[in-house]
Design a protein around this ligand. Structure first.
Ligand code: PMV
Length: 347
C-alpha cells in the first residue's frame, strides 16, 4: 500500500462484569456468556504511530507506558500481534510506537488489560480503515471487539457502550462468542447512569493471573453447573433490564460475584482472593441496605477490590455512606467514583 506513516489515538474504558466470564475454550472462546457495564472514567488512552519499514519478516514496535519505555509489557503485546496478524496482514509492514497511559492510578489493582487491549485494537482498526476506506462502521466496531477479545477476553466488552453482552445466549439477538455487542433491547431508566464506586482494598500484585484462573475451570468439579447458572443469570438479567427491578438485579449481581470467588476457592489449587477488608465492606453494605432500603450492592473482579453499584438517584446517600463507613477499609482511603459510559472514543 501507499500509506507511509501517521498516527492515531483512542481511549477505551474498563468494564465491570455483572454476569462473570470465568472459563474459556481455545482462541478465547468463553465457556459462558457474560454481560457488563462499560465504565466512563477508568480508561486507557493509547497513541499508535506507524511508519512503513523495509524488513517485513518480523514485528517491530516500541512501547511507552506513561511516557517511558516499558520492556515488561512487550511480550504480552508481541503475543497479541502474533494472534491478530492473520486478521490484519499488514502488521509486519510497519514499525509501531505504542504510547499508552491509564486514567486510573498505575498500581491501583484495577485491571488495565480490558481497556488497554481495547484501546490498542481500536488503533489497529483505524489503520485498517486507512488502508481499506470502504469498511463499514459496523464492521469496524465488530472487528475491533473481535481483536480485543484475542488480547484479553473481557476487553471485547470495552469497545461499545453502556451494557455489553459477550457470548452466545439464545434469547439475546446478535449475541456471539466472537465479539461483544451492545445489549440489543431497551434498558429500564432505573439502570441508566448507574454508578460504580471502586473501593481499592488491595493494590498488590494479583495472586492469580486471569489466564491461570480460567484454566482452573477445566476439570473443576462445579464447572458444568456454573456455566449453566451463568446462562440462567443472564436470562434473568435480561428480564430485569426491561422491568427495572433493582431488588432482583442486586440478587443476581451479588450472587455472581460470590460465585466467581467460590469457583476460585473450590478449584485445585484453591485461592482466596478476598481480603479481610473485602468482607468487612460486604457486611457493611448489607447492614446499610437492610437498615435504609437504599438499593446499593457490590460486585467483585478476581481480586480484593469492591465495586459498589447503585442508581444515580441515591448517589448522595451512598457517597455519604462510603465516606462514613467504607473509606476506612480502603488502602490509603482510596476509591474511584465511576459510572456507566459510552465505549471507546477516537481522540
Ligand atoms: O479478560 P480476562 O481474561 O482478564 O478475564 C476477566 C475475568 C473477570 O474479570 C474476573 C470477569 C469478567 O467477566 O470480566
Amino acid at each position: 500500500s501507499t500509506v507511509e506513516n501517521g498516527n492515531f489515538e483512542w481511549s477505551a474504558p474498563s468494564n465491570i462484569a455483572l454476569v462473570k466470564y470465568w472459563g474459556k475454550k481455545d482462541n478465547q472462546i468463553p465457556a459462558n456468556p457474560s454481560v457488563s457495564f462499560t465504565l466512563n472514567k477508568c480508561k486507557t488512552v493509547t497513541k499508535l504511530a506507524f511508519a512503513k519499514k523495509e524488513n517485513q519478516v518480523s514485528f517491530s514496535f516500541d512501547l511507552l507506558f506513561e511516557g517511558k519505555p516499558k520492556e515488561d509489557f512487550k511480550p504480552k503485546i508481541r503475543k497479541f500481534l502474533e494472534r491478530i496478524e492473520v486478521y490484519l496482514p499488514f502488521l509486519k509492514d510497519y514499525h509501531f510506537t505504542i504510547d499508552t497511559q491509564n486514567t486510573f492510578p498505575h498500581s491501583s489493582g484495577i485491571a488495565s488489560s480490558a481497556s488497554g487491549m481495547a484501546a490498542l485494537a481500536m488503533n489497529f482498526m483505524s489503520l485498517e480503515k486507512l488502508l481499506n476506506p470502504e469498511i463499514t462502521d459496523d464492521y469496524f466496531y465488530q472487528k475491533a471487539s473481535f481483536l480485543a477479545r484475542l488480547g484479553s477476553g473481557s476487553a471485547c466488552r470495552s469497545v461499545k457502550g453502556n451494557v455489553v453482552v459477550w457470548g452466545t445466549q439464545k434469547n439475546i439477538k446478535g449475541s456471539t462468542d466472537l465479539f461483544g455487542v451492545a445489549f440489543p433491547y431497551t434498558i429500564h431508566e432505573n439502570f441508566q447512569n448507574y454508578q460504580d464506586t471502586i473501593l481499592l482494598v488491595d493494590k498488590g500484585e494479583k495472586q492469580v493471573s486471569s489466564t491461570v484462573g480460567h484454566d482452573l475451570m477445566h476439570h473443576h468439579p462445579y464447572a458444568y453447573s456454573r456455566f449453566v447458572q451463568a446462562h440462567e443469570n443472564l436470562d434473568q438479567l435480561t428480564a430485569i433490564f426491561e422491568n427495572g427491578n433493582v431488588a432482583e438485579f442486586i440478587k443476581v449481581v451479588e450472587s455472581e460475584a460470590l460465585t466467581l470467588h467460590a469457583m476460585m476457592m473450590t478449584s485445585m489449587p484453591y485461592y482466596i482472593l478476598m481480603k479481610p477488608n473485602t468482607l468487612q465492606i460486604i457486611n457493611t453494605i448489607w447492614k446499610f441496605r437492610n437498615e435504609t432500603n437504599v438499593p446499593v450492592c457490590f460486585t467483585l473482579d478476581a481480586g480484593a477490590n469492591v465495586h459498589v453499584l447503585y442508581p444515580e438517584n441515591v448517589k448522595e446517600k451512598v457517597l455519604q455512606f462510603i465516606q462514613d463507613e467504607l473509606v476506612g477499609f480502603c488502602q490509603n482511603g482510596q476509591y474511584i467514583c465511576d459510572e456507566i459510559g459510552a465505549g471507546a472514543i477516537a481522540l
